[in-house]
Design a protein around this ligand. Structure first.
Ligand code: ATP
Ligand code: MG
Length: 616
């Protein structure tokens, strides 16, 4: 007798179920997707014991006739596609006709369904893949599916389940995905008889995010702007620069309404944020990519969690561009708000007087002459001629603030000037805390600036501008160095010589696979030029697209500016602080340093009022 036998229908289903139904959250996903495909407006989900003992999904969708209900439990029975050609452009969430039979083969399963106009509905009970009962059912129009005792007939599978809490959290995450993906549909989740959330149908994604995650998060998001390309539309919300998470749990990505995991897209997101995201942290995204269904293959992953794009580079670039544009746009808005005049009305003279009593505040009244004498913060000058960029240039000699004019006549004049200035001024510096944090007032309340992070950002953008415009200033090496590279790297260097030179690297060919370096960017502190070059080549080659050659230069700068930036405990004088703040506000991305740490924190008046119990 031969050794090969056909598996029974039940065993075959269980094998197939292994791919589709990994854990209770997969059951929830499949059932909710079916409800969405059925045009439901409201979907109510209940789970017990992490979904292991019960998952119930009730929808008000189109329901099924008795024949269809019976067919839906057969493998490869679907209403969503008819031919292989339909597979080319799938517009529904389901398409394989596998979910229901798979789930029914590994659980105690009950479906009760009724079409809108029908007199009676149908109830079907299936145990471990065998239909036990088919009878009339009397529920409201729509479909109810109950899945009990998941994996009761597959003990091996059951052992792999995690704790009830973990499984519940997975389910919650799954429903969050669906709820964010479909704000116009109402969702509720009950866990062990306790209602976890009830989300009414909402008009906008913003409303849904607020209902699910709270208004605090929504306020820290920016709406995606700018058409990505005619073929790829991107919309949704992303976190402001500086907002990040330690995991990907709030990095939600949808392609044509389907929640997916995509390294391609999250890679694009990271590149779009670039220095606005801390290393090792993840951006918060609610990103919706709309693309011609024919340009994406959704039939590549058993749980439909991944997709394949016909033109991945195009998608990635669209995402990068979209994130960059959105952050730029957000910055412009933010800057406008940040620098709104503090007091629209000119101040009365006596109110100025009381303010001027505060320590430090009087420094604002320094005369013009004093202003001129003070050395400016050495950012730009220092970079223009890096040889000169010494600590004393940057930080000045002492923390002594300019002397306050004492005689009363000067005082009065100065106060008047101060009143005028205050009327126009958009923010005011109150002082420096702990030699590191600049305290400021703007129309919104209190602002704390980390002077070190701020200086890093200013230096970084200055250097980057130079690199873009005229190339990075470079410094001759004492001894030119030659080094060999493998032929492929040599090719690469030949092709990129001009980029490298623009980055301040004086490099030229010196034989077949040999190069000579005679200068390096002057802001770099490199002891072994050849080793440095090998690293540059490795890094540059690994950047995914060639257009990011600039990116490497940026990395280089980001790593080095830190050394030159004002350190914590470096005392700055008032004018230096003021210049630093103005320079910071002029930056492309003022609110975080090149490593993604925040440069400033705003504490609004409303927050202060709340803290002091003036308002609840
Ligand atoms: N909640 C529901 N309301 C109405 N019809 C449903 C519902 N759930 C399932 N169906 C019907 O049953 C069929 C089979 O469902 P099933 O989930 O097994 O397959 P599918 O959704 O077509 O594909 P996939 O396996 O990719 O999910 C569906 O095509 C649909 O016609
Ligand atoms: Mg389905």
């Amino acid at each position: 007798m031969g050794r090969i036998r056909l598996l029974s229908e039940t065993v075959a289903s269980q094998v197939a179920a292994g791919e589709v139904v990994e854990r209770p959250a997969s059951v929830v996903k499949e059932l909710v997707e079916n409800s969405l495909d059925a045009g439901a407006r409201n979907i109510n989900i209940a789970i017990r014991r992490g979904g292991i003992s019960l998952v119930r999904v009730i929808d008000d969708g189109c329901g099924m006739s008795r024949d269809d209900a019976l067919l839906s439990l057969e493998r490869h029975a679907t209403s969503k596609i008819r031919s292989a050609a339909d597979l080319q452009a799938i517009a529904t969430l389901g398409f394989r006709g596998e979910a229901l039979p798979s789930i029914a083969s590994v659980s105690r399963f009950r479906v009760s369904t009724r079409e809108a106009g029908a007199i009676a509905g149908t109830e079907i009970i299936v145990n471990g893949g065998k239909i036990d009962v088919v009878r009339d059912g009397g529920e409201a129009p729509g479909t109810q599916v109950e899945v009990r005792s998941l994996f009761y007939n597959l003990p091996a599978r059951r052992k792999f389940l995690r704790s009830e809490n973990t499984e519940s959290r997975n389910i919650e995450h799954q429903i969050h995905l669906q709820a964010i993906g479909h704000p116009d549909i109402g969702f509720s989740l009950t866990r062990d008889e306790r209602i976890l959330f009830q989300l009414p149908p909402t008009a906008t994604l913003g409303d849904r995010i607020r209902d699910l995650y709270g208004v605090e998060l929504l306020q820290r998001l920016v709406e995606v702007t700018g058409a990505a390309s005619p073929k790829i539309q991107i919309s949704g919300f992303i976190g402001q620069a500086g907002l990040s998470r330690q995991s990907r749990s709030q990095q939600l990505v949808f392609v044509n309404g389907r929640a997916i995991e995509s390294n391609l897209i999250t890679g694009g997101v990271r590149e779009g944020y670039h220095t606005a995201l801390m290393k090792g942290q993840y951006a918060v995204t609610f990103l919706f990519v709309e693309i011609d269904p024919a340009a994406v293959d959704v039939n590549v992953h058993p749980a439909k969690r991944e997709v394949r794009f016909r033109d991945p580079n195009n998608v990635r670039e669209a995402v990068v561009r979209c994130i960059q544009q959105t952050l730029e746009h957000a910055r412009a808005n933010w800057q406008e708000k940040f620098t709104a005049p503090i007091r629209p009305e000119p101040l009365a003279a006596d109110s100025v007087k009381t303010i001027s009593d505060l320590t430090l505040r009087s420094e604002v009244t320094a005369t013009e002459a004093t202003h001129r004498e003070l050395p400016h913060l050495g950012t730009v000058a220092g970079v223009a001629d890096p040889g000169r960029m010494q600590r004393s240039d940057i930080v000045g000699q002492a923390h002594r603030l300019p002397a306050t004019p004492t005689d009363s006549a000067t005082d009065a004049v100065a106060l008047q000037r101060e009143a005028l200035k205050a009327a126009q001024q958009q923010f005011e510096i109150i002082g420096v805390l702990s030699k590191l944090y600049v305290l400021m007032e703007n129309s919104n309340g209190l602002v704390l600036v980390d002077q070190h992070a701020a200086h890093e950002r200013v230096l970084f953008e200055e250097l980057r501008r130079r690199m873009e415009q005229q190339g990075v200033p470079s410094q001759k090496l004492l001894l030119p160095q030659t080094f060999d590279v493998p032929p492929r790297d040599a090719d690469w260097i030949e092709q990129n010589l001009s980029v490298l030179q623009k980055m301040g690297i004086g490099i030229e060919s010196f034989g077949p696979d040999t190069f000579k370096i005679d200068s390096l960017p002057s802001f770099l502190d490199v002891s072994d030029a050849a080793q440095f070059m090998r690293k540059v080549i490795d890094d540059l080659k690994s950047t995914t697209n060639n257009a990011s050659a600039m990116r490497l230069g940026e990395e280089m700068i980001a790593k080095t500016v830190c050394r030159h930036a004002v350190k914590a405990n470096d005392p700055l004088r008032y004018l230096e602080v003021e210049k630093l703040i103005r320079d910071l506000l002029d930056c492309d991305l003022p609110y975080c340093c090149p490593h993604g740490r925040p440069t400033m924190i705003q504490i609004s008046l409303a927050e202060l009022e709340k803290k002091f119990g003036r308002k609840i």
